[in-house]
Design a protein around this ligand. Structure first.
Ligand code: UD1
Ligand code: UDP
Length: 396
């Protein structure tokens, strides 16, 4: 039988990381059945935001790179849509796979949907219930034109049921008969795979002059936090207070968006203190394995990243979330993460509470680390069902 052709669309850092897990499963177990073509939209383009993940996680170089770069949402998405459509016309794949909720996700889903190509959405069903977030719109629209929706959590599955999706009635799935599958989190696949490898911690820490035994790891990149001077100031004031109260350094691998916004949105004095490096150590964006090591060795994680929130949970680390709501509600419900928004006092109090009494409740809410295999198997089976249906129709 001819291998099923999949076009995978990536663009932003976390999508490259997630795609690496699926690609590894294809190469290891499904290479005769699934043939993958990779499109990189170019949404992220700095070496440390893109190339480093292809190399380190052994993801094949993209077959196409649209090099769209940064722009306003509409312009960026439109460039992607145009470029992806052109490639899909040439490639004529059986499936288009999109991840998460970025502009690259939406562009991929729209292009495929107009051409009646089955869309596979990995990380379906997640909701913040905040439509001010560009990601919330991207994920809702993508879910509602997808054929196969793979959701990592029970909450994601329940959200889809609430929005009118039905548990699978009859195969095969199509855009008009979408299938929803609770399969666990594909990021856990990676986390397990890479946490079990030889550690480079010493090298990495030495390279970055991370000399302190105990440190707090922090990432900030949400536009809601970075682009608002009041919120960004409040977050950095909290980090400085926390460092002086605990004596622990704040290690902050800095997203390029945030780096640009520090000088624009912090006043001169605060900006200077941040750059001094005594309390907050800004480092360039980490590679994936470096990030895993930073997370494993941190006393506490403070973040507004979706992926980092989950990785904190996977590694049994307390997490202070710089948002007022999260798609990963279950980690807050377990008591191992707290929503503190960008409120200076709440950030400090939440962090101190966790440092004094670390949480211990980390139940297995994200599956068994085998999501990628399940997804590949389902893609294959669904295409088989579609083919049988065509054969049956032709025979009648
Ligand atoms: C995007 C996603 C967000 C995701 C994040 C992961 C959307 C709407 N947002 O946010 O959901 O959590 O990626 O990291 O899709 N920049 C560079 N170099 C790069 C990439 C970005 O300098 O390689 C700078 C540019 O100034 C750019 C800004 O960062 O304007 C924002 O980049 P963009 O991709 O638009 O959004 P992110 O904040 O990265
Ligand atoms: N990450 C990384 N280096 C960094 C920061 C994050 O490799 O300097 C990884 C992190 O371990 C996780 C993913 O990037 O796997 C999360 O991506 P990000 O925070 O950019 O976006 P989000 O998950 O919020 O969409």
């Amino acid at each position: 039988m001819k291998a099923i052709k999949i076009v995978t669309i990536v663009g932003a850092r976390p999508q490259i990381i997630k795609a690496a897990a699926l690609s590894r499963a294809i190469r290891t177990h499904f290479s005769d059945l699934l043939n993958e073509v990779i499109i990189h939209t170019g949404q992220h383009y700095d070496t440390q935001m893109s190339e480093v993940f292809f190399t380190e996680l052994n993801l094949p170089q993209p077959n196409y790179n649209l090099h769209v770069g940064s722009a306003a949402h509409g312009e960026q998405t439109a460039h992607m849509l145009k470029g992806i459509e052109r490639i899909l016309l040439d490639e004529q794949p059986d499936y288009v796979i999109v991840y998460g909720d970025t502009n690259s996700t939406l562009a991929g889903a729209l292009a495929a949907s107009k051409m009646h190509i089955d869309i596979v959405h990995i990380e379906a069903g997640l909701r913040s219930f905040n439509k001010q977030m560009p990601e919330e719109i991207n994920r809702i629209l993508t879910d509602h034109c997808a054929t196969l929706l793979f959701t990592p959590t029970q909450n994601g599955y329940d959200n889809l049921l609430r929005e009118g999706f039905l548990p699978l009635q009859q195969a095969p799935c199509s855009a008009d008969n979408p299938g929803i599958f609770l399969c666990g989190d594909i990021m856990l696949d990676n986390c397990i795979f890479y946490s079990n490898r030889d550690s480079n911690t010493q090298n990495y820490h030495t390279k970055n002059h991370i000399l302190s035994e105990n440190y707090i790891l922090c990432t900030v990149h949400r536009d809601h936090n970075t682009d608002n001077p009041i919120r960004l100031t409040s977050i950095f004031n909290a980090l400085i207070r926390l460092s002086s109260l605990t004596g622990q350094k704040i290690i902050l691998p800095i997203h390029p968006r945030t780096l640009k916004m520090l000088s624009k949105n912090l006043d001169e004095k605060l900006h200077e203190i941040v750059l001094q490096g005594d309390m907050i150590q800004l480092i360039e964006p980490a590679s994936y394995t470096e990030m895993i090591e930073l997370e494993q060795n941190a006393s506490l994680i403070i973040t507004d990243s979706g992926g980092v929130q989950k990785e904190a949970f996977f590694m049994k680390k307390p997490c202070v979330i710089l948002r007022s709501q999260t798609e990963w509600v279950e980690i807050v419900e377990t008591g191992s993460a707290k929503l503190v928004d960008a409120d200076e006092d709440k950030i400090v109090a939440g962090a101190l509470e966790y440092l004094n009494q670390p949480p211990t409740n980390f139940p297995p809410l994200f599956g068994d680390g085998k999501a990628a295999n399940f997804i590949c198997e389902t893609l294959f089976q669904n295409k088989q069902h579609q083919l049988f249906l065509i054969i049956e129709k032709n025979e009648v």
